[in-house]
Design a protein around this ligand. Structure first.
Ligand code: GUN
Length: 281
């Protein structure tokens, strides 16, 4: 079997082109405010990429950098001001935050209608009860990849590795909504390899380089690698041992160029959706 490589870079570019065409027809320019607290190098790269992609699809500029010693109260006051600003459509506070700021407090402070990350408890709850509103970007982007590749979901056995609030849990909820039979596996799962071998769709989101081995992949399975890990020699690798897994898989996403580009494109998609919904009401 030769896996079909799912080209996330191309699928993300097509989504951005569609969004740019939509934005050009709007009577306003959507404004996404991305807040970076401190200067974590990885976060700085993500924020720069978000800013560039937002400009490309015609958004108004809105990146804000705050010093690493910004207090939680100052950040919450800034969020309150952005919530009240009618020209602001989406608010994203880049994670991780410095240790003295509680991420839950920040997440809960964002107006749910502007929560383009989909992390607010209200939006997470809507997804959990099967009425999705704004949905976390990475798992939503994975659903777009699966649809673009034509992977059948209804009735399929899906195994999600990792139960984070950013990826694993919302991923399991979205696959359930698409009528897959979902197992949410994690570090305490007994015999992870055996669970994975049952999967028609395997989504790895654990942050451990090469953890999913070739013999964990059922023949013909769709293997989606959410991991972005930097090795000692600075190369990027996923959670899946790609060279081992690809000969077994029916579909596979590369790292880089798979899930990664979808996250930002989906953030823009969420921002357009938030902008049109809020400015209409
Ligand atoms: N850090 C890593 N991924 C994300 C994300 O999806 N949203 C935010 N806000 N921070 C992140």
């Amino acid at each position: 079997m030769t896996a079909q490589v799912i080209d996330g870079k191309a699928i993300a570019a097509a989504l951005r082109a569609r969004l740019a065409a939509e934005v050009a027809l709007l009577p306003f320019r959507p404004r996404l405010v991305v807040i970076l607290v401190g200067d974590d190098p990885a976060s700085s790269v993500y924020v720069r990429n978000k800013r560039k992609a937002a400009a490309e699809v015609g958004f108004a500029d809105g990146t804000e950098r705050l010093a690493a010693d910004t207090s939680e109260a100052t950040l919450l006051a800034r969020i309150a001001a952005l919530n009240a600003d009618p020209e602001v459509d989406g608010i994203l506070v880049q994670l991780p935050l410095p240790a003295h700021i509680r991420a839950e407090a920040v997440t809960a402070a964002i107006d749910p209608a502007k929560d383009v990350d989909g992390f607010h408890p209200l939006n997470a709850g809507h997804l959990a009860i099967g009425r999705p509103t704004l949905v976390p970007c990475t798992p939503k982007g994975v659903m777009t990849l699966l649809a673009a590749a034509g992977v059948p979901l209804a009735g399929a056995r899906a195994v999600v590795l990792g139960r984070s609030t950013i990826v694993g849990r919302p991923m399991a909820a979205l696959l359930t909504l698409a009528d897959a039979t979902v197992t949410l596996a994690h570090s305490r799962t007994r015999d992870l390899a055996a669970e994975c071998r049952r999967a028609d769709i395997l989504v790895a989101a654990v942050g451990r380089p090469g953890m999913v081995r070739g013999d964990w992949v059922a023949p013909g399975a769709a293997v989606i690698d959410v991991g972005i890990n930097r090795t000692a020699d600075r190369t990027l690798v996923g959670d899946v041992a790609y060279a081992e897994a690809a000969p077994h898989a029916g579909w596979i996403t590369p790292v880089p160029g798979g899930v990664g580009p979808m996250t930002i494109a989906t953030l823009l998609e969420n921002t357009v959706a938030a902008a049109t919904a809020r400015r209409r009401t």
